[in-house]
Design a protein around this ligand. Structure first.
Ligand SMILES: *Cc1c(COP(=O)(O)O)cnc(C)c1O
Length: 401
Protein backbone atom coordinates (compact mmCIF):
# COMPACT_ATOMS: atom_id res chain seq x y z
CA UNK A 1 0.00 0.00 0.00
CA UNK A 2 1.20 3.49 -0.78
CA UNK A 3 0.80 6.23 1.81
CA UNK A 4 -1.62 5.16 4.51
CA UNK A 5 -5.19 4.07 4.92
CA UNK A 6 -7.21 7.17 5.77
CA UNK A 7 -9.42 6.81 8.82
CA UNK A 8 -12.50 9.00 9.02
CA UNK A 9 -14.76 6.94 11.19
CA UNK A 10 -16.08 8.22 14.52
CA UNK A 11 -13.90 5.85 16.52
CA UNK A 12 -11.41 4.42 16.74
CA UNK A 13 -9.97 7.77 15.79
CA UNK A 14 -6.50 8.75 14.61
CA UNK A 15 -3.88 8.41 17.34
CA UNK A 16 -1.53 11.42 17.44
CA UNK A 17 2.13 10.48 16.96
CA UNK A 18 3.23 11.66 20.45
CA UNK A 19 0.51 9.47 21.99
CA UNK A 20 1.57 6.48 19.93
CA UNK A 21 5.18 6.98 20.98
CA UNK A 22 4.21 7.37 24.63
CA UNK A 23 2.72 3.87 24.46
CA UNK A 24 5.82 2.34 22.91
CA UNK A 25 7.65 1.39 26.07
CA UNK A 26 8.72 -1.77 27.84
CA UNK A 27 6.32 -3.49 30.22
CA UNK A 28 6.43 -1.95 33.65
CA UNK A 29 5.66 -2.98 37.21
CA UNK A 30 2.13 -1.89 38.04
CA UNK A 31 2.92 -2.26 41.74
CA UNK A 32 6.14 -0.23 41.56
CA UNK A 33 6.49 2.24 44.44
CA UNK A 34 6.28 5.23 42.08
CA UNK A 35 3.43 3.92 39.88
CA UNK A 36 0.85 5.18 42.37
CA UNK A 37 1.93 8.78 41.92
CA UNK A 38 1.59 8.44 38.18
CA UNK A 39 -1.94 7.04 38.52
CA UNK A 40 -3.05 9.62 41.09
CA UNK A 41 -1.96 12.48 38.83
CA UNK A 42 -3.69 10.87 35.88
CA UNK A 43 -7.01 10.45 37.71
CA UNK A 44 -6.86 14.03 38.97
CA UNK A 45 -6.21 15.45 35.51
CA UNK A 46 -8.93 13.34 33.92
CA UNK A 47 -11.40 15.34 36.02
CA UNK A 48 -10.28 18.43 34.09
CA UNK A 49 -11.28 16.77 30.82
CA UNK A 50 -14.67 15.95 32.35
CA UNK A 51 -14.85 19.46 33.88
CA UNK A 52 -15.58 17.86 37.22
CA UNK A 53 -14.52 19.46 40.52
CA UNK A 54 -15.83 16.96 43.04
CA UNK A 55 -16.55 13.24 42.55
CA UNK A 56 -14.06 11.05 40.71
CA UNK A 57 -13.26 9.40 37.40
CA UNK A 58 -12.81 5.63 37.10
CA UNK A 59 -10.75 3.99 34.38
CA UNK A 60 -11.82 0.43 33.63
CA UNK A 61 -9.98 -1.94 31.30
CA UNK A 62 -12.93 -2.26 28.94
CA UNK A 63 -14.47 -0.43 26.03
CA UNK A 64 -17.12 2.25 26.62
CA UNK A 65 -19.79 -0.42 26.91
CA UNK A 66 -18.17 -1.67 30.12
CA UNK A 67 -18.47 1.79 31.64
CA UNK A 68 -22.19 1.82 30.70
CA UNK A 69 -22.57 -1.36 32.74
CA UNK A 70 -20.45 -0.06 35.63
CA UNK A 71 -22.62 3.06 35.85
CA UNK A 72 -25.87 1.08 36.07
CA UNK A 73 -24.79 -1.85 38.23
CA UNK A 74 -23.13 0.31 40.87
CA UNK A 75 -25.86 2.84 41.51
CA UNK A 76 -29.27 1.24 40.90
CA UNK A 77 -31.43 -1.56 42.28
CA UNK A 78 -33.22 -4.42 40.51
CA UNK A 79 -36.54 -3.22 39.08
CA UNK A 80 -35.74 0.48 39.40
CA UNK A 81 -37.70 2.65 37.00
CA UNK A 82 -35.51 4.70 34.66
CA UNK A 83 -36.31 7.21 31.92
CA UNK A 84 -34.56 6.56 28.61
CA UNK A 85 -34.89 7.46 24.92
CA UNK A 86 -33.95 5.81 21.65
CA UNK A 87 -32.96 7.73 18.53
CA UNK A 88 -30.06 5.72 17.13
CA UNK A 89 -28.04 2.56 17.51
CA UNK A 90 -26.11 3.59 20.63
CA UNK A 91 -29.08 4.85 22.61
CA UNK A 92 -30.84 1.64 21.55
CA UNK A 93 -28.04 -0.56 22.88
CA UNK A 94 -27.98 1.24 26.23
CA UNK A 95 -31.72 0.61 26.66
CA UNK A 96 -31.18 -3.04 25.79
CA UNK A 97 -28.47 -3.28 28.44
CA UNK A 98 -30.62 -1.54 31.08
CA UNK A 99 -33.39 -4.07 30.46
CA UNK A 100 -31.01 -7.02 30.56
CA UNK A 101 -29.65 -5.77 33.88
CA UNK A 102 -33.17 -5.76 35.29
CA UNK A 103 -34.28 -2.13 35.15
CA UNK A 104 -37.84 -1.05 34.36
CA UNK A 105 -37.35 1.26 31.38
CA UNK A 106 -39.82 4.08 30.72
CA UNK A 107 -38.96 4.59 27.05
CA UNK A 108 -39.37 7.61 24.78
CA UNK A 109 -39.13 6.63 21.09
CA UNK A 110 -37.79 9.49 19.00
CA UNK A 111 -37.27 9.92 15.23
CA UNK A 112 -33.75 9.02 14.21
CA UNK A 113 -32.39 12.50 13.41
CA UNK A 114 -33.55 14.12 16.62
CA UNK A 115 -32.14 13.81 20.12
CA UNK A 116 -33.17 13.57 23.75
CA UNK A 117 -36.81 14.77 23.98
CA UNK A 118 -36.30 17.20 26.87
CA UNK A 119 -39.94 18.40 26.88
CA UNK A 120 -41.23 14.85 27.02
CA UNK A 121 -38.77 13.99 29.81
CA UNK A 122 -39.79 17.15 31.70
CA UNK A 123 -43.48 16.21 31.55
CA UNK A 124 -42.79 12.68 32.80
CA UNK A 125 -40.61 14.02 35.62
CA UNK A 126 -43.25 16.55 36.70
CA UNK A 127 -45.90 13.81 36.70
CA UNK A 128 -43.69 11.54 38.82
CA UNK A 129 -44.48 13.19 42.13
CA UNK A 130 -43.74 9.95 44.01
CA UNK A 131 -40.19 9.94 42.59
CA UNK A 132 -40.42 6.41 41.25
CA UNK A 133 -38.00 7.34 38.43
CA UNK A 134 -34.56 6.69 39.88
CA UNK A 135 -32.46 7.76 36.92
CA UNK A 136 -32.69 9.70 33.68
CA UNK A 137 -30.49 8.60 30.77
CA UNK A 138 -29.24 10.70 27.87
CA UNK A 139 -27.00 9.85 24.95
CA UNK A 140 -25.22 13.17 24.58
CA UNK A 141 -23.89 12.53 21.10
CA UNK A 142 -25.66 9.78 19.15
CA UNK A 143 -22.80 8.56 17.00
CA UNK A 144 -25.09 6.61 14.67
CA UNK A 145 -27.09 9.62 13.50
CA UNK A 146 -24.74 12.55 14.18
CA UNK A 147 -27.09 14.15 16.69
CA UNK A 148 -26.09 16.08 19.83
CA UNK A 149 -28.54 16.63 22.67
CA UNK A 150 -28.84 19.47 25.15
CA UNK A 151 -27.70 18.14 28.52
CA UNK A 152 -27.86 21.55 30.23
CA UNK A 153 -31.56 21.74 29.29
CA UNK A 154 -32.11 18.27 30.71
CA UNK A 155 -30.51 19.38 33.97
CA UNK A 156 -32.93 22.35 34.08
CA UNK A 157 -35.86 19.99 33.50
CA UNK A 158 -34.79 17.89 36.50
CA UNK A 159 -34.30 20.98 38.65
CA UNK A 160 -37.60 22.57 37.57
CA UNK A 161 -39.43 19.39 38.55
CA UNK A 162 -37.40 19.31 41.76
CA UNK A 163 -36.70 15.69 40.90
CA UNK A 164 -33.90 13.76 42.64
CA UNK A 165 -33.24 11.19 39.86
CA UNK A 166 -29.63 10.52 38.93
CA UNK A 167 -28.55 11.89 35.54
CA UNK A 168 -26.69 9.32 33.39
CA UNK A 169 -24.97 10.60 30.25
CA UNK A 170 -23.31 8.64 27.47
CA UNK A 171 -20.48 10.97 26.45
CA UNK A 172 -18.46 8.37 24.55
CA UNK A 173 -18.30 10.48 21.39
CA UNK A 174 -18.51 13.90 23.05
CA UNK A 175 -16.25 14.00 26.13
CA UNK A 176 -12.91 15.44 25.07
CA UNK A 177 -14.28 16.88 21.84
CA UNK A 178 -17.68 18.61 22.26
CA UNK A 179 -18.57 20.99 25.08
CA UNK A 180 -19.13 18.86 28.16
CA UNK A 181 -19.49 20.33 31.67
CA UNK A 182 -20.02 17.50 34.12
CA UNK A 183 -19.99 19.65 37.26
CA UNK A 184 -21.97 22.58 35.89
CA UNK A 185 -24.61 20.38 34.30
CA UNK A 186 -24.98 18.24 37.39
CA UNK A 187 -24.26 15.01 35.52
CA UNK A 188 -24.00 12.08 37.94
CA UNK A 189 -22.53 9.38 35.71
CA UNK A 190 -20.68 10.21 32.50
CA UNK A 191 -19.37 7.46 30.23
CA UNK A 192 -16.42 7.85 27.86
CA UNK A 193 -14.20 5.50 25.89
CA UNK A 194 -10.52 5.76 25.03
CA UNK A 195 -10.86 5.39 21.26
CA UNK A 196 -12.98 8.45 20.49
CA UNK A 197 -12.19 11.99 21.67
CA UNK A 198 -9.29 10.77 23.79
CA UNK A 199 -7.44 9.64 20.64
CA UNK A 200 -6.23 6.30 22.00
CA UNK A 201 -6.72 2.69 20.94
CA UNK A 202 -9.86 1.03 22.33
CA UNK A 203 -9.44 -0.62 25.71
CA UNK A 204 -10.33 1.89 28.40
CA UNK A 205 -13.86 2.58 29.61
CA UNK A 206 -13.97 5.83 31.55
CA UNK A 207 -16.65 6.87 33.97
CA UNK A 208 -17.05 10.22 35.70
CA UNK A 209 -19.03 9.85 38.92
CA UNK A 210 -20.53 12.64 41.05
CA UNK A 211 -20.61 12.64 44.85
CA UNK A 212 -24.36 12.02 44.61
CA UNK A 213 -23.77 8.89 42.52
CA UNK A 214 -21.08 7.72 44.95
CA UNK A 215 -23.63 8.07 47.75
CA UNK A 216 -26.20 6.11 45.70
CA UNK A 217 -23.59 3.39 45.29
CA UNK A 218 -23.56 2.82 49.06
CA UNK A 219 -27.19 1.66 48.99
CA UNK A 220 -27.44 0.13 45.50
CA UNK A 221 -28.00 -3.62 45.23
CA UNK A 222 -27.67 -4.65 41.58
CA UNK A 223 -24.96 -7.33 41.43
CA UNK A 224 -21.53 -6.27 40.26
CA UNK A 225 -18.08 -7.63 40.85
CA UNK A 226 -15.39 -6.79 38.27
CA UNK A 227 -16.80 -3.28 37.87
CA UNK A 228 -17.34 -2.62 41.58
CA UNK A 229 -16.81 1.03 42.51
CA UNK A 230 -15.91 0.04 46.09
CA UNK A 231 -13.06 -2.23 45.00
CA UNK A 232 -11.81 0.40 42.59
CA UNK A 233 -12.00 3.22 45.16
CA UNK A 234 -10.09 1.22 47.77
CA UNK A 235 -7.13 0.77 45.42
CA UNK A 236 -7.38 4.01 43.43
CA UNK A 237 -7.09 5.98 46.65
CA UNK A 238 -3.57 4.57 46.97
CA UNK A 239 -2.80 5.09 43.28
CA UNK A 240 -3.27 1.46 42.23
CA UNK A 241 -5.92 -0.82 40.71
CA UNK A 242 -7.74 -3.94 41.96
CA UNK A 243 -6.44 -5.83 38.89
CA UNK A 244 -3.73 -5.45 36.28
CA UNK A 245 -4.19 -2.08 34.59
CA UNK A 246 -3.51 -1.57 30.88
CA UNK A 247 -0.26 0.26 31.62
CA UNK A 248 0.53 1.25 28.05
CA UNK A 249 -2.92 2.70 27.50
CA UNK A 250 -2.52 4.65 30.74
CA UNK A 251 0.80 6.06 29.48
CA UNK A 252 -0.91 7.00 26.24
CA UNK A 253 -3.79 8.54 28.17
CA UNK A 254 -1.31 10.69 30.10
CA UNK A 255 0.02 12.05 26.83
CA UNK A 256 -3.46 12.57 25.32
CA UNK A 257 -4.65 14.44 28.41
CA UNK A 258 -1.58 16.66 28.24
CA UNK A 259 -2.27 17.47 24.58
CA UNK A 260 -5.92 18.32 25.31
CA UNK A 261 -5.23 20.40 28.41
CA UNK A 262 -2.34 22.20 26.75
CA UNK A 263 -4.68 23.28 23.96
CA UNK A 264 -7.45 24.02 26.48
CA UNK A 265 -10.83 22.31 26.35
CA UNK A 266 -12.59 25.34 24.88
CA UNK A 267 -10.12 25.44 22.04
CA UNK A 268 -10.55 21.69 21.48
CA UNK A 269 -14.32 22.18 21.29
CA UNK A 270 -13.89 25.11 18.87
CA UNK A 271 -11.60 23.04 16.64
CA UNK A 272 -14.20 20.28 16.40
CA UNK A 273 -16.88 22.81 15.56
CA UNK A 274 -14.77 24.28 12.80
CA UNK A 275 -14.04 20.86 11.29
CA UNK A 276 -17.71 19.91 11.48
CA UNK A 277 -18.77 23.13 9.76
CA UNK A 278 -16.49 22.29 6.84
CA UNK A 279 -18.03 18.84 6.45
CA UNK A 280 -21.56 20.25 6.74
CA UNK A 281 -20.75 22.81 4.02
CA UNK A 282 -19.68 19.93 1.77
CA UNK A 283 -22.87 17.98 2.43
CA UNK A 284 -24.96 21.05 1.64
CA UNK A 285 -23.16 21.34 -1.70
CA UNK A 286 -23.84 17.71 -2.70
CA UNK A 287 -27.07 17.42 -4.69
CA UNK A 288 -29.40 14.84 -3.20
CA UNK A 289 -27.38 14.33 -0.02
CA UNK A 290 -28.63 15.43 3.36
CA UNK A 291 -27.68 15.18 7.00
CA UNK A 292 -29.65 12.70 9.06
CA UNK A 293 -29.69 15.31 11.87
CA UNK A 294 -32.97 17.10 11.26
CA UNK A 295 -32.16 20.64 12.39
CA UNK A 296 -29.08 22.73 13.22
CA UNK A 297 -29.72 22.42 16.95
CA UNK A 298 -29.08 18.68 16.62
CA UNK A 299 -25.90 18.93 14.50
CA UNK A 300 -23.00 16.99 15.94
CA UNK A 301 -19.52 18.46 15.89
CA UNK A 302 -17.90 15.00 16.00
CA UNK A 303 -19.72 13.01 13.33
CA UNK A 304 -21.89 13.73 10.31
CA UNK A 305 -24.28 11.03 9.17
CA UNK A 306 -25.18 11.64 5.55
CA UNK A 307 -28.08 10.27 3.52
CA UNK A 308 -27.01 9.25 0.04
CA UNK A 309 -29.17 10.41 -2.89
CA UNK A 310 -32.20 8.33 -3.82
CA UNK A 311 -31.11 5.08 -5.46
CA UNK A 312 -27.48 5.30 -4.30
CA UNK A 313 -26.54 2.51 -1.88
CA UNK A 314 -24.38 3.92 0.92
CA UNK A 315 -22.70 0.51 1.26
CA UNK A 316 -21.29 0.95 -2.25
CA UNK A 317 -19.98 4.39 -1.33
CA UNK A 318 -18.22 2.98 1.73
CA UNK A 319 -16.68 -0.03 0.02
CA UNK A 320 -15.55 1.99 -3.00
CA UNK A 321 -13.95 4.58 -0.72
CA UNK A 322 -12.19 1.77 1.12
CA UNK A 323 -10.90 -0.32 -1.79
CA UNK A 324 -10.41 2.31 -4.48
CA UNK A 325 -9.37 5.32 -2.40
CA UNK A 326 -7.87 3.78 0.77
CA UNK A 327 -10.34 5.70 2.89
CA UNK A 328 -12.53 4.40 5.69
CA UNK A 329 -15.87 6.15 6.07
CA UNK A 330 -18.35 5.18 8.78
CA UNK A 331 -21.22 2.87 7.90
CA UNK A 332 -24.94 3.42 8.36
CA UNK A 333 -26.01 1.52 11.47
CA UNK A 334 -29.17 -0.48 11.94
CA UNK A 335 -32.01 1.08 9.94
CA UNK A 336 -29.58 3.54 8.34
CA UNK A 337 -27.64 0.67 6.69
CA UNK A 338 -27.46 1.33 2.95
CA UNK A 339 -29.15 4.70 3.30
CA UNK A 340 -26.40 6.69 4.99
CA UNK A 341 -22.66 6.84 5.54
CA UNK A 342 -20.73 8.75 8.18
CA UNK A 343 -17.75 11.05 8.23
CA UNK A 344 -16.13 11.09 11.65
CA UNK A 345 -14.57 14.45 12.50
CA UNK A 346 -13.50 13.58 16.01
CA UNK A 347 -10.05 13.52 17.55
CA UNK A 348 -6.72 14.36 16.02
CA UNK A 349 -7.72 15.94 12.70
CA UNK A 350 -7.22 19.17 10.79
CA UNK A 351 -8.95 20.87 7.86
CA UNK A 352 -6.73 19.42 5.14
CA UNK A 353 -7.35 15.89 6.44
CA UNK A 354 -11.09 16.57 6.29
CA UNK A 355 -10.70 17.85 2.72
CA UNK A 356 -9.26 14.45 1.82
CA UNK A 357 -12.19 12.70 3.53
CA UNK A 358 -14.63 14.84 1.58
CA UNK A 359 -12.70 14.26 -1.65
CA UNK A 360 -12.77 10.49 -1.19
CA UNK A 361 -16.48 10.55 -0.32
CA UNK A 362 -17.16 12.67 -3.38
CA UNK A 363 -15.35 10.31 -5.76
CA UNK A 364 -16.99 7.27 -4.19
CA UNK A 365 -20.44 8.90 -4.33
CA UNK A 366 -20.00 9.58 -8.04
CA UNK A 367 -18.75 6.03 -8.61
CA UNK A 368 -21.86 4.75 -6.85
CA UNK A 369 -24.09 6.77 -9.19
CA UNK A 370 -24.67 10.04 -7.35
CA UNK A 371 -25.06 13.01 -9.68
CA UNK A 372 -23.04 15.42 -7.58
CA UNK A 373 -20.78 18.02 -9.15
CA UNK A 374 -17.13 16.93 -8.95
CA UNK A 375 -15.25 19.04 -6.45
CA UNK A 376 -18.38 20.75 -5.15
CA UNK A 377 -18.06 19.44 -1.60
CA UNK A 378 -14.33 20.01 -1.39
CA UNK A 379 -14.72 23.57 -2.68
CA UNK A 380 -17.46 24.35 -0.16
CA UNK A 381 -15.37 22.96 2.69
CA UNK A 382 -12.28 24.84 1.55
CA UNK A 383 -14.15 28.13 1.55
CA UNK A 384 -15.55 27.36 4.97
CA UNK A 385 -12.10 26.58 6.34
CA UNK A 386 -10.68 29.73 4.75
CA UNK A 387 -13.31 31.79 6.56
CA UNK A 388 -12.38 30.43 9.98
CA UNK A 389 -9.27 30.01 12.09
CA UNK A 390 -8.63 27.36 14.70
CA UNK A 391 -9.72 29.32 17.77
CA UNK A 392 -12.10 31.76 16.20
CA UNK A 393 -15.60 30.71 15.23
CA UNK A 394 -17.18 31.66 11.89
CA UNK A 395 -16.25 35.13 10.68
CA UNK A 396 -17.27 37.09 7.65
CA UNK A 397 -15.91 35.39 4.53
CA UNK A 398 -12.53 36.94 3.66
CA UNK A 399 -12.18 38.59 0.27
CA UNK A 400 -11.13 36.18 -2.44
CA UNK A 401 -7.41 36.56 -3.06
C1 LIG B 1 -18.66 4.08 20.46
C2 LIG B 1 -19.83 4.38 21.32
C3 LIG B 1 -20.27 3.51 22.31
C4 LIG B 1 -19.69 2.14 22.50
O1 LIG B 1 -18.43 2.19 22.98
P1 LIG B 1 -17.48 0.91 22.85
O2 LIG B 1 -16.17 1.52 23.23
O3 LIG B 1 -17.54 0.47 21.42
O4 LIG B 1 -17.97 -0.09 23.80
C5 LIG B 1 -21.32 3.89 23.11
N1 LIG B 1 -21.93 5.08 22.94
C6 LIG B 1 -21.56 5.93 21.99
C7 LIG B 1 -22.28 7.21 21.85
C8 LIG B 1 -20.50 5.61 21.15
O5 LIG B 1 -20.12 6.47 20.20
Amino acid sequence: MNGFQHLYIPGPTNVPEPVRQAMNLPMEDMRAPDFGDFVSGLLTDLKKIYRLDRGRVFVFPSSGTGAWEAAISNTLNPGDKVLMSVFGQFSLLWVDMARRLGLDVDLCEVDWGKGVPVEDYAARLRADTGHRIKAVFATHNETATGVTSDIAALRRALDDADHPALLFVDGVSSIGSIEFEMEKWGVDLAVAGSQKGLMLPAGLGLLGVSDKALAAHEAATLPRSYFSFSDMIALNDTGYFPYTPATQLLRGLRCAIDLLLEAGMKSVWARHHRLAEGVRAAVAAWDGCDLVAQAPKWYSDTVSTIYTPQGVDARDVISTAYYKYQTSLGSGLNKLAGRAFRIGHIGSLNPVMLCSAISAAEMALRDAGAAIVPGSGVAAAQERFRATTPDRLPQATPKAA
